[in-house]
Design a binder for this molecule. Structure first.
Ligand code: ADP
Length: 570
């Protein structure tokens, strides 16, 4: 049984692993194809950034399109064109109005200074001209304060200038400065995304002395920021970790998806941890070193279901085999037990019955021999001997009757002829059978049959046999002075036949065993009382067949009472 369970467990585990292996083989091909498309998609994604000229306008477009968190547009020589390192270093030319306004402020004429700056002055051409105008506008904003009626107008003008990447734009350092100032004075006016892109590019350029423009995604010195050159080498794109994952996932979403699986992208450090739970994992490749593509089943139980189907088959086979083995074992044990019991029964029966048969047969032979061998037959002696022979004969008949009934009961061959009967008839028939023996001197057999007893449903002969057995025992297990009482009374819906004697009585232990077949309190072969220990077991079985029960109350040395209770008919 243990071996069987071990085998089942092993089989289940192997099956799980086999199913997992089969599935991962099947999905590896799918993942390879997905990877190919992903690499192609990523290349295409980067290639679109090669289409523009290296200018502030192109920087703004790349960021606005969401192609990268930030970019550095590169010149033909591979140097940063926009944003450029230290491009705010050159001091911007100051406008005449600004110089004049500062003088007015110094003279305490702030309002006049604002008026001056508010006039839409003739635009100054060129990058430095624009920068100068922006500086003047910022100064105006600072002087005006939020309460000024034209503050919003001025803020919008400056925001437009900061967000204007067309043509010869202002240097990125100044743009960042102006944007920050503007965010402080008039929040919400500038485009956050562009400001952050400018900031990121600036930090990157500051921390990266030599640019690597190969189209390979690598970590920068900034935390969780990645860089990669575009395939044409015209742009260096900057991404956050989520940014890379997000864009790769977008590419994946555009591909035909298979049901029931999920493909995830893992950055280098997360890959090891997550690979273990994935069914198949592959490195994405040269363009994204260390990044992995992992395929797992969407439903946790999908793999389980496949394995479980096989496992269930094993389990059922195992259960069936174990149950069959168990059933066979039980059947064998029962059959064997029955054989042993039968053999035991036969032995007991043969031993007991032959012993019991011997006594009456011997006495009859001796009596008959004595009579036949005597020359002169005295009438009184002859009559006496013949009576003894008759007694032995009756004893033999009772014994054989009991053995036959017992044998029929054991083989379930005993048929009962149930009919409504009067309890008095049972008592009278039994008394008639005992009459001869109870006429002996020293034996008093009293009967107390209550009048108007309710009828019972039963087999008359069988019930008579029950009462005879009880009376017979009462006669056998009392001494010289035999006081026997047979009573019949109605009580609690039953008719109770009770046989009381003044015999040797029974101890509590004996009372518990006397209904077992072949059990005799005195087991010695030399015992004086006849019997083979079948009487009470027959009594119990017949009474049970009548839906009644038999009870005994007794005390050693004080006699016993056996009571048979049979349900009364309504
Ligand atoms: P047996 O043929 O030996 O009488 P029974 O089954 O009738 O077989 O009785 C089993 C045993 O119960 C008897 O051997 C006897 O020891 C005990 N027994 C039965 N009836 C009485 C009784 N009235 N008084 C004392 N002992 C009894």
């Amino acid at each position: 049984m243990g071996g069987m369970l071990w085998f089942m467990r092993e089989a289940m585990q192997n099956e799980r692993m086999a199913v997992r292996q089969r599935l991962s083989d099947a999905y590896r091909g799918h993942l390879l194809l997905t990877r190919e498309r992903l690499v192609e998609g990523w290349r295409g994604h980067l290639a679109q950034m090669d289409r523009g000229e290296p200018s502030p306008g192109w920087f703004a477009q790349c960021v606005r399109e969401g192609w990268a968190e930030s970019v550095v547009c590169l010149s033909a020589s591979g140097d940063p064109a926009y944003p450029a390192v230290g491009d705010g270093a050159a001091p911007a030319e100051e406008r005449a109005e600004l110089v004049k306004a500062r003088a007015l402020v110094r003279a305490g004429q702030t309002a006049a200074a604002v008026e001056l700056l508010l006039k839409d002055n003739a635009p100054m051409e060129g990058s430095s001209g624009r920068s100068a105008a922006a500086n003047a506008e910022l100064y105006a904003l600072e002087l005006m304060g939020e309460g000024h009626p034209r503050f919003a107008e001025m803020a919008a003008r400056l925001a437009k200038r900061v967000g204007d990447y067309a043509g010869a734009s202002m240097p990125s350092a100044q743009r960042r400065f102006l944007a920050h100032e503007l965010m402080r004075l008039a929040p919400g006016k500038v485009d956050d995304v562009l400001v952050q892109a400018e900031q990121l590019a600036a930090e990157f350029l500051e921390t990266t002395p030599r640019l690597d423009v190969r189209p390979v995604l690598r970590a920068t010195l900034l935390a969780a920021v990645w860089q990669t050159g575009s395939p044409g080498g015209r742009v260096l794109a900057l991404y956050t970790t989520q940014g890379v994952s997000g864009r790769l996932e977008t590419i994946l979403r555009g591909q035909p998806a298979a049901e029931g699986i999920h493909v995830a992208i893992h950055p280098p450090d997360a890959a090891l941890h997550d690979e273990s739970s994935a069914l198949v994992a592959l490195p994405i490749g040269e363009a994204l070193p260390g990044w992995t593509l992992a395929l797992s089943l969407t439903e946790e139980g999908a793999l389980q279901t496949a394995a479980d189907r096989k496992t269930t088959a094993y389990l059922w086979t195992g259960i069936l085999a174990v149950t069959a083995m168990g059933l066979i074992a039980v059947w064998l044990a029962r059959a064997f037990g029955q054989q042993v019991q039968l053999a035991q029964l036969k032995n007991d029966l043969v031993a007991t019955v032959s012993h019991e048969l011997k006594t009456p047969l011997t006495s009859m032979r001796v009596l008959v021999d004595t009579l036949s061998e005597s020359d002169h037959l005295d009438e009184t002696t002859t009559r006496e001997y013949l009576q003894l022979v008759a007694q032995e004969n009756a004893r033999l008949s009772r014994l054989i009757e009991n053995v036959l009934t017992f044998s029929r009961l054991q083989r379930n061959k005993q048929t009962f002829d149930f009919a409504p009967i009067a309890p008095a008839a049972v008592a009278e028939n039994a008394l008639a059978a005992m009459h001869e023996r109870c006429r002996q001197p020293g034996c008093v057999l009293e009967t107390r049959i209550a009048p108007d007893l309710p009828a019972i449903r039963g087999d008359l002969d069988a019930l008579v046999m029950v009462v005879i057995n009880l009376l017979d025992n009462a006669w056998k297990y009392t001494g010289e002075d035999k006081q026997i009482l047979l009573s019949a009374a109605a009580r609690n819906g039953h008719v109770e036949f009770a046989v009381t004697d003044n015999g040797c009585g029974l101890s509590p232990r004996e009372r518990g065993r006397i209904f077992e077949r072949f059990y005799r309190v005195d087991q010695r072969l030399s015992r004086t009382t006849e019997g083979c220990g079948l009487g009470l077991s027959i009594v119990r079985e017949i009474v049970a067949a009548h839906g009644g029960r038999v009870e005994v109350s007794s005390e050693v040395g004080c006699g016993s009472t056996f009571t048979v209770k049979i349900p009364a008919l309504r």
